[in-house]
Design a binder for this molecule. Structure first.
Ligand SMILES: [Zn+2]
Ligand SMILES: [Zn+2]
Length: 247
């Protein structure tokens, strides 16, 4: 009887909150996270062969990495285009936090496939300013990082803060400025400085656009003694395809 009541309740819940594909938001009749149309959008790194980029793992003709990257590898399960772009915008700007779990799972699978987790000691994420986080109510990079933390059981710490946004100049920042080092947008959270030293750190963001943000944050971690930095995002902006007839 209890079981039947449960079934009725499940049916009601599925009528009110139908199961949707996390990429295109199409209603699915079965309890899957992704529809058949969107499945091929997930990058299958195990099937990429031939000359690949060491950093992003894509074929060289599809690689969008800029020169001067300070991170070892960039891992992302999807390309930031079409439905993926719309889905991530809903996740980021329209409080669609239901997308955290499936995007996190896709990132985890890509990280396993590219063999990054076995070389990672610590997880961290790109911070938002306190004001921006208050306005939005959450930091989407932090939410994805939490999801990876659950799946990997690796420690997760908020290692970075946005430079100068706290209104106070940290001693570490003053020291760097005096010694002529130039920090970019980020500085380390002073209480976690000892945790950075010698660590292999996976830095999480939602979208890898040009890689400049992740590079700035990686630079800060390396200046403060990180052994190496890997980066992960839910999606990366693809290399622009040449439009036929325009050279
Ligand atoms: Zn779909
Ligand atoms: Zn690349």
């Amino acid at each position: 009887m209890a079981e039947r009541a449960g079934t009725v309740r499940d049916k009601l819940i599925s009528l009110i909150f139908p199961n949707r594909c996390y990429i295109c938001d199409t209603i699915l009749r079965h309890p899957a996270a992704i529809c058949e149309n969107c499945k091929p959008k997930l990058i299958d790194y195990s099937k990429i062969s031939g000359a690949v980029c060491d950093i992003c793992g894509l074929k060289l003709q599809n690689c969008n990495c800029r020169p001067g990257r300070l991170y070892e590898k960039a891992v992302f399960p999807l390309l930031y285009e079409d439905e993926v772009r719309r889905s991530l915008q809903k996740f980021k700007f329209r409080r669609r936090l239901d997308k955290t779990v499936p995007f996190g799972e896709a990132m985890f699978n890509a990280l396993v496939c590219r063999d990054v987790l076995s070389e990672t000691d610590l997880l961290t994420f790109i911070p938002m300013s306190a004001k921006a986080k208050r306005n939005r109510g959450y930091n989407q990079a932090e939410e994805l990082c939490k999801e990876l933390q659950k799946r990997t059981s690796l420690p997760m710490l908020p290692l970075l803060t946005r430079y100068g946004k706290t209104g106070t100049q940290h001693d570490v920042t003053n020291y760097l400025l005096r010694t002529g080092n130039v920090l970019g947008t980020y500085e380390p959270a002073e209480e976690f400085l000892p945790q950075i030293e010698g660590k292999r750190i996976l830095l999480v963001d939602d979208i890898l656009t040009t890689g400049a943000t992740l590079n700035e944050a990686a630079k800060t971690l390396l200046i403060f003694g990180a052994d190496r930095v890997y980066v992960a995002a839910a999606a990366a902006v693809p290399r622009k395809k040449r439009v036929k007839g325009r050279g």
